[in-house]
Design a binder for this molecule. Structure first.
Ligand code: SAH
Length: 256
């Protein structure tokens, strides 16, 4: 059995209770290199074999899983944040299917949620944006043409950009070409929820400069849109006194 487990964004107490239980039970743990907090490995039982996948190929990871399975062992594949976001899990699962090894997936707190928490942000503010676009710049891994930064920027929805810290000048340029103004609020969160977390509120036009001034070159998320620093927005209907829900009768406000 293989459990894919989301390690959470960094702080070791942000793993789920289920994820922690799996770590405690595991005979083998394969964790995703530098982005998983090594403190989580303290949950491993004595004698657990621990592998850092940063130094391994997919084939090597699968080999470890296969050998563990043949020995009747339980493996945890520990991915940063939530495994479903840039986790490269599908290719592992397909091979496990081929090998007849069963697996399941335990969600984690993604870093885009950790970054919002770092800044006490709500990505989905009424009247500002009701959508969050999670994307990245093309790097060595290409991004499909139809998902260009410009085309997403045209929506003016909240955007959270992964895996792009080294390309911020190009990111700003493309966001502006797509329709954001240079003074649209933006934020950079480095190592959200880790002890050395750093966070900066800036603008679309000052992303590169902000990262440079603060020596941020990796492990960061860029948050784009009015929600990054909202100074005005409509209150929610759900908690409005006049709004009726399944659980609460709305009251007509007296006219003044
Ligand atoms: N599955 C992960 C993302 C893996 S991709 C998740 O759900 O968060 C790796 C990228 O995620 C990094 O390059 C960086 O952009 C981002 N990232 C991961 N952890 C982060 C953190 N604690 N703070 C800011 N960005 C982080």
């Amino acid at each position: 059995m293989v459990h894919f487990v989301g390690a959470g964004p960094g702080a070791p107490d942000l793993i789920t209770l289920r994820g922690k239980t799996y770590l405690e039970q595991a005979d083998v743990i394969i964790y995703a290199g530098s982005l998983v907090n090594p403190q989580l490995l303290d949950y491993a039982k004595e004698g657990c074999q621990v592998y850092n996948s940063a130094k391994m190929t997919l084939e090597e990871v699968l080999e470890v899983m296969e050998q563990a399975e043949q020995a009747g062992k339980v493996t945890v594949r520990l991915h940063t944040g939530d495994p479903c976001i840039y986790g490269a899990i599908r290719e592992q699962m397909d091979e496990l299917d081929r090998m007849g090894i069963s697996y399941d997936s335990c969600p984690g707190v993604s870093s885009f949620c950790g970054a919002a928490a770092a800044l006490n942000l709500e990505y989905t503010l009424p009247d500002i944006s009701q959508s969050v676009i999670i994307t990245r710049m093309a790097g060595r891994t290409p991004v499909p043409e139809k998902e260009s930064i410009e085309s997403f920027a045209a929506h003016q929805a909240t955007m959270v950009i992964f895996l792009s810290t080294g390309m911020l000048e190009e990111l700003s340029r493309r966001l502006i070409e797509g329709g954001y103004t240079a003074d649209t609020p933006a934020a950079i969160v480095y190592k959200a929820t880790w002890e050395d977390e750093k966070k900066f509120v800036c603008t679309v036009g000052t992303l590169a400069q902000t990262a440079k001034e603060n020596q941020i070159t990796k492990t960061a998320l860029m948050i784009i849109g009015e929600a990054a620093n909202a100074s005005h927005y409509d209150r929610s209907l759900l908690y409005h006194p006049e709004f009726t829900t399944e659980f609460r009768e709305g009251k007509k406000q007296k006219e003044q």
